[in-house]
Design a protein around this ligand. Structure first.
Ligand SMILES: *Cc1c(COP(=O)(O)O)cnc(C)c1O
Length: 376
């Protein structure tokens, strides 16, 4: 299957670079010749353009997605002495970012269908002794599926905690017609080179509807400077580079189309996997538009299917093999987190990115169908 292997063998970051090559060279040159490399016109323009993409509010560029999590907590005065709830089934950066703010991480379980924070589990945690001192929950729209915002919001309102978003995998996802990143008090984005909107290096941002919060973030990201060389408090250095901002401005122009293409490829997968008994395709809840950062199936036969895919030359991956509460850095939870554990043992991410041919998911689907029939 040469066609399949061809489009699957170019990794997304490189394909994305190729797609934008001439425009990126122009942007790169513009920055190099501007003489301004930190917090200049490109960053300012990107922040405005990304806010417009989200449909309003403010965007503050920072150095990475992990920093975005840390800084949005600090800007809300959530740190040492506070607790922040995160779903245990998530990338470890989520818990690292919270830890960096000084806050304690506490884990809740996920909804098994969408892999996102489960409102009932959050409520149970907040009612338990471990829930005392919780100031916020960091809601991860994992793989690009928006979490159950309505359910989570009613729990948050009842218990008086902030709801924050981690949108590092959800650029372009929609909940009830609203962009992910505009739902909570603030939202962290990553533009790591594999994300739906990808820099050529590290980059991140915080989005918020709260202008005052955005101003605090601008101070925090640059030494707490109220004016040049005069700090109002000890901030950090977490700035978005002009070069990365210029790259992001180029790529932002095709983000919407790229997300639509991810949805088309996902629909091809859905159709080709619908007859499989061993494999559960991803669910999309009513009112949600998935951004398909990953197309993630579940199966009880994971090792065998992974091997089968590998033999066929298909780059499948496991995001994430160990739930956070089972990792040495974050170990421990008083809550049962059985869905996080089950997901960690069953998920497989199939290749999905906007530069795959539409035949690719159909052919990958056939490979999985053959496995499914052989097992049945
Ligand atoms: C990638 C990612 C992060 C971390 O972003 P970096 O830019 O790598 O620091 C945080 N949360 C989620 C959900 C991610 O996917």
């Amino acid at each position: 299957m040469p066609s399949l292997l061809n489009t699957l063998s170019v990794p997304y970051p490189l394909a994305d670079q190729h797609r934008h090559e001439p425009a990126l060279r122009g942007a790169w040159q513009r920055v190099c010749e501007s003489g301004s490399y930190i917090l200049g016109r490109e960053v300012e323009a990107f922040e405005k353009e990304y806010a417009a993409f989200l449909g309003g509010g403010r965007v503050v560029g920072v150095a990475s997605g992990t920093d975005a999590i840390e800084l949005m907590l600090r800007a809300l005065n959530i740190g040492s002495g506070s607790k922040v709830v995160v779903p245990s089934f998530a990338p470890s950066a989520v818990a690292s970012g919270v830890r960096r703010s000084g806050a304690e991480v506490v884990f809740a379980d996920i909804d098994p269908h969408t892999f996102t924070l489960c409102p009932e589990s959050l409520a149970a945690l907040l009612r338990s002794p471990q829930g005392s001192g919780v100031d916020a929950a960091l809601v991860v729209h994992l793989y690009g599926h928006p979490a159950d915002w309505q359910g989570l919001r009613s729990v948050a309102v009842e218990h008086g905690i902030e709801l924050l978003e981690d949108c590092a995998q959800a650029h372009g996802a929609l909940w009830q017609g609203r962009m992910a990143g505009t739902l909570g008090r603030a939202a962290a984005f990553s533009f790591y080179p594999t994300k739906n909107l990808a820099a050529l290096g590290d980059a991140g941002a915080v989005a918020t509807q709260d202008a005052e919060l955005a101003e605090r973030l601008r101070l925090i990201r640059e030494y707490g400077w109220g004016r040049r060389n005069v700090s109002d408090f000890a901030g950090v250095n977490s700035r978005l580079d002009e070069l990365q901002a210029a790259v992001l401005r180029v790529k932002l122009g095709s983000l919407r189309d790229n997300v639509l293409q991810r949805r088309r490829l996902a629909a091809v997968y859905d159709a080709s996997l619908s007859g499989c008994r061993m494999v559960v395709p991803p669910v999309v809840r009513g009112g949600c538009e998935h951004a398909y950062h990953q197309y993630v199936i579940r199966t009880k036969n994971r090792e065998a299917l992974l091997q089968h895919l590998q033999q066929a030359g298909i780059p499948a991956a496991v995001h994430y093999p160990v739930p956070l509460h089972r990792q040495r850095a974050f170990a421990g939870s008083h809550m049962p987190l059985s869905e996080a554990e089950r997901a960690a043992s069953e998920v497989i991410s199939l290749p999905v990115h906007p530069y795959l041919s539409e035949e690719a998911p159909a052919e990958v689907g056939e490979v999985i169908e053959r496995f499914d029939h052989a097992c049945g």
